[in-house]
Design a protein around this ligand. Sequence first.
Ligand code: ZN
Length: 161
Amino acid sequence: MAMAPYSTDKCGLIIVQSAVADPMNGDLQRMRRILAHELCHLLVREKSGSSQCLGDGLKDLKVRPCLDEGIAEYLSWRSIGKKNPILDKDFECIENLEEVDCFLNDFSSDKRIQAFYTSTRLVEFYIRELGLLTFFQSMTDLSERSELPTTAFGWSHKPVC
Ligand SMILES: [Zn+2]
């Protein structure tokens, strides 16, 4: 287990169990990917002036969860060159992005992985359309809109291969 349970725009905390407590953490490539993912969440908090404490319902997060998870997954994949294996399956993306945000914040939801997958595909789409830097700098502005401008850019929730 690894997570970033607390973060503000000034500091953040990442908790990582040792490989003794969680043998999967002995896989160094997996651990690098997870740490890159969690560090990206902290970077998003810093850049957007957000804070988060585990269990707070993401009420002080100024970036939509679907963009936050998507960019964390995208950058961790790019930083180590290997995708999260749970995203290798061809899930169908969830069309309603409000639902995606809710599922991402519900650790018991059976739709959470599908929401995670949708987030990753959505962010890949934005990065293709806008470029990484512009997308990263626009995450807060995009999140303030009542709806993400997906149709204007031609994003389809259907898998694109
Ligand atoms: Zn995450």
